[in-house]
Ligand binder design. Structure first.
Ligand code: GLA
Length: 634
């Protein structure tokens, strides 16, 4: 059944996107069959999380050239551009209209004077200027016909003008034309693509009549995945990837999907874009930051170089994160850095005080975010009060963040097991720069809302290799076994910044529950097979296939079995290990049976594939499996 569903989705995507050969090649009859390759999205260039500036959190939709260039200049004049903040991104608010009859997009040149060209408009002088400053340029569009501002900022002076068709500034129906214009002709390097046009323009909405828009039957329903057309949303975004591959053949672009964690994008964003929003918008409120952070923080296995979870842009400098709330501002920034979120500043940099510059400019924290291994931090201790995140760096050292989410000071023991280290461990505090050592464990008093961030040096428990949960950046979840997408309840549910307490509450809405996890089951339990606990491992559902990049290791090992928390207590799982497409090892598991040891030689293998297969199941209940202590070793 899982296989049939996947096939159907792939085939439907193929038809919708109008793709042919490339898609057909990847249309495998069995999604769990080994491919012998790393099959993640190869398009775009985001080997580390994109860094830069965007106009929206600073100015809303009132963007103009002077504001953007002042931010660009500030990035260059301070050390920020040198640290990696190079993308300068225009958000909603730049457009004038889509010209009739040829559909060529026109820029509002009274806001962007350098774009004036007789009878036309062009951002080329603007992107040339940014490029000459050593920066990169980003633009914004919508996947539907109309943008967010045209629905939510109706009094803005920057709204598109003209006839109904002229005000259809989104990509829908113009993907190839617009992408060619923005990238090949205007020279942009980055595009953020919103989804209001797919969601908020239902033909019966009052705004349609009042504004004379053409209605668009919503294919996104943020409250109901069953009423969301996942296939069509995905296929539309895929059509942009395909257009980018044509218009920007040197592959130097970033595609940022902005459909706010809807349409199951938390599962497929990695296959289509370079970053994807995992939640609705952040606002400068502490509890809203928790909400967007949580939506990305448990998704370590879905991110890797080229593909990043995006809990939205930084609010450092605003509201609960302003210069009077530096503890909160540092926490927000540290957390984003640890989980490899794109670091996009959203502040008027002309007036930034030193205290804020010191946050964005903390080179040690930025270095964690930009570490080339691309390992998103893994949640090693979790509670509603305190969390401990650990990130393995490319040199084998660790970064650890101890986050006090609560309202009271917390006493937190950091143990060698959290770090998967042994012997004497040296901790450098990356905010205060103080150094200390410990063995076994050490206790910190953490102030409310504070996040301590350390770099940890010492011996790893696995001196001769890495646990797979220490290297999520080398793993691609090609199939996670989820059959029916379910809302993920592990996301902080705050009082809505927009609706307040009206309605029934903030409900879990972003699907992905049951997705693969490092050091946890897919349903937030500790890993355990027949009573044997595993501090390290991958928790996933049967019906899954993982691709692991092997960087010169000789050996793969794991203790595999059905997890004690499985709901399907009957069916048998076959665990298969492939090396570059060849079967190297096999074991079976069933609820109540002890873990089986898999130990295979992977010398010379580039991609290891780990498949958990259960054909002819007797029930649809989740069959939860654990790759305990899964590791690659020399
Ligand atoms: C949506 C996006 C925001 C921003 C605004 C602009 O809300 O999620 O990031 O781009 O639209 O209108």
């Amino acid at each position: 059944m899982a296989r049939l569903t996947t096939l159907f989705v792939a085939a439907a995507a193929l038809l919708f996107a109008g793709g042919t050969a490339a898609f057909a090649d990847s249309l495998s009859p069995d999604p769990l069959a080994p491919t012998g390759k790393w099959t993640a999205n190869p398009h775009g260039r985001a080997l580390t999380p994109p860094m830069g500036w965007n106009s929206y959190n600073a100015y809303g939709v009132e963007v103009d050239e002077a504001k953007v260039l002042s931010a660009a200049q500030a990035l260059v004049d301070t050390r920020l551009a040198k640290l990696g903040y190079v993308y300068v991104n225009i958000d909603d608010g730049w457009w004038l209209k889509r010209r009739a009859p040829d559909g060529r997009m026109q820029i509002r040149t009274e806001l962007f004077p350098s774009a004036k060209v007789s009878g036309d408009s062009s951002f080329k002088p603007f992107t040339d200027r940014l490029h000459a400053m050593g920066l990169k340029a980003g633009i914004y569009s919508d996947m539907g016909r109309n943008a967010c501002s045209q629905r939510f900022n109706l009094t803005s002076p920057s709204l598109p003008v003209g006839t109904t068709a002229e005000r259809e500034v989104g990509l829908y129906g113009h993907v190839d034309q617009d992408i060619d214009l923005y990238f090949r002709q205007w020279g942009f390097d980055y595009i953020k693509i919103d989804a209001c046009g797919l969601n908020y323009y239902g033909p019966d909405e009052a705004v349609i009549k009042a504004q004379g828009y053409r209605g668009f039957p919503p294919i996104i329903d943020q409250n109901a995945i069953n009423r969301t057309d996942i296939t069509q949303v995905r296929a539309l975004y895929q059509s942009v990837t395909d257009a980018l591959a044509k218009s920007d053949p040197d592959n130097d672009f970033v595609l940022s999907l902005c459909n706010w964690g809807t349409a199951d994008v938390r599962s497929w964003g990695q296959e289509v874009g370079n970053m994807w929003r995992t939640s609705q918008d952040i606002t400068p409120d502490w509890t809203r930051m928790l909400h967007t952070f949580d939506s990305a923080a448990t998704r370590a296995l879905y991110a890797h170089p080229g593909a990043w979870n995006d809990p939205d842009m930084l609010e450092v400098g605003h509201g609960d994160f302003d210069e009077n709330h530096l503890t909160e501002a540092r926490s927000h920034f540290s957390l984003w850095a640890m989980i490899n979120a794109p670091l996009i500043i959203g502040y008027d940099l002309r007036k930034a005080p030193k205290s804020l510059m010191d946050i964005w400019g903390n080179a040690d924290i930025v270095r964690l975010n930009q570490d080339p291994a691309g390992n998103q931090a893994v949640l090693e201790y979790m509670s509603d009060d305190v969390e401990i995140f650990v990130k393995t760096l490319s040199n084998g050292d660790k970064a650890v963040a101890i986050f006090n989410r609560g309202l009271a000071p917390a006493s937190v023991a950091l143990t060698k097991d959290h770090l998967k280290m042994t012997g004497e461990i040296t901790l450098t505090d990356l905010w205060s720069k103080t150094i200390q050592t410990f063995s076994d464990e050490t206790t910190f008093k953490v102030a409310p809302r504070d996040t301590l961030v350390f770099e940890a040096k010492g011996a790893r428990q696995l001196a001769n290799g890495l646990y797979l949960s220490e290297m999520p950046g080398s793993i691609h979840i090609a199939a996670d076994g989820v059959i029916v997408p379910e809302p993920d309840p592990m996301v902080h549910r705050m009082l809505s910044p927009w609706g307040g307490s009206h309605g029934g509450g903030t409900r879990a809405a972003y699907t992905g529950w049951g997705g693969a996890q490092a050091d946890s089951t897919p349903y937030d339990q500790n890993l355990r097979i027949d009573g044997q606990a595993f501090l390290s491992g991958i928790g996933i559902l049967a019906g899954s296939r993982m691709e692991v990049k092997n960087r010169g290791f000789n050996h793969f090992e794991a203790d595999v079995g059905v997890d004690d928390t499985t709901r399907d207590l009957k069916d048998t799982v076959v665990f298969l290990v492939y090396g570059d497409g060849k079967l190297l090892g096999e074991a079976t598991g069933q609820y109540g049976r002890p873990a089986a040891r898999l130990s295979v030689d992977v010398t010379g293998v580039s991609v290891i594939e780990l498949v958990a297969r259960a054909d002819n199941r007797s029930t649809d209940l989740p069959l939860i499996v654990t790759w305990g202590n899964a590791a690659v070793m020399h």
